[in-house]
Design a protein around this ligand. Structure first.
Ligand code: SF4
Length: 235
């Protein structure tokens, strides 16, 4: 689908336009015969929807106290949200203040930008699955500690096993390096697919980084176009 269209006034698309991007893909502009990845569920369902195994996993995470400091200071465990049958999954670093407050991933300013990024390839948040490496907020938004990543990684691994996405987009260095088991900088990891068994991982900049560095918006757009093209193989 290479449909030329008028630009919505969303932040991300506006930024893309300013940078000379001529094509975008709108959720509302999908051809009738084009199937969408995943089965959508409503936003108010998404905290509890899923297979029994996923619900069990969520219940375990909600009780988890493996990271003593995070468990003591969190308001909510932010397990994940979206379609449990999604073909595309986004994985970020950890909840921030707004996410901890609401118990949902990517709901702050960076989350709003992620929504626009998802919409830029013709999807909605309800058609993808969104989670983080850490399910609990590091106090003061400090960086996740290695032992916290080790503690929480089994939850993410099991989420991936149960949802079975075809593509995972790692948002930012922590997610990319955790998923790919590397310490290579995100700038060198992005822009290509990595085969991981039955799925592919692609890495791009975290939306929070993009807010601070709008000059990288075009780079993220290039990564999103690769995802869009790859998803067409699964339609
Ligand atoms: S971050 Fe993960 S492992 Fe640590 S307490 Fe929260 S749910 Fe448990």
């Amino acid at each position: 689908m290479n449909k030329k269209t008028a630009y919505p006034t969303s932040l991300f698309l506006k930024m893309l336009k300013e940078d000379g991007v001529e094509e975008v893909y709108l959720a509302s502009g999908l051809p009738k015969n084009q199937s969408l990845p995943g089965k959508a569920i409503s936003a108010d369902q998404d905290k509890s929807a899923g297979s029994p195994a996923l619900l069990d996993l969520q219940a375990k995470a909600l009780q988890c106290t493996l990271c003593k400091e995070l468990a003591a200071k969190r308001k909510n465990v932010v397990f994940g949200s979206g379609s449990t049958q999604a073909r595309l999954m986004f994985v970020g670093e950890a909840p921030g203040h707004d996410e901890d407050d609401q118990g949902l991933p990517f709901v702050g300013q960076a989350g709003q930008l992620l929504t626009k990024i998802i919409e830029s390839i013709g999807l909605t948040r309800e058609q993808v699955y969104i989670a983080n490496v850490l399910k609990c907020r590091p106090p003061g938004n400090r960086q996740p500690q290695p032992e916290e990543i080790l503690n929480c990684e089994p939850y993410l691994k099991r989420q991936i096993e149960l949802i079975q996405p075809k593509i995972i987009c790692a948002l930012g260095a922590f997610a990319a390096q955790t998923l790919l088991k590397t310490d290579t900088p995100i700038s060198r990891l992005r822009g290509k697919f990595y085969d991981q068994g039955n799925l592919k991982v692609i890495c791009t900049y975290h939306p929070a980084y993009l807010l601070r560095n709008p000059g990288e918006k075009r780079t993220v757009w290039e990564d999103m176009k690769m995802i869009k093209k790859e998803l067409e193989n699964f339609e």
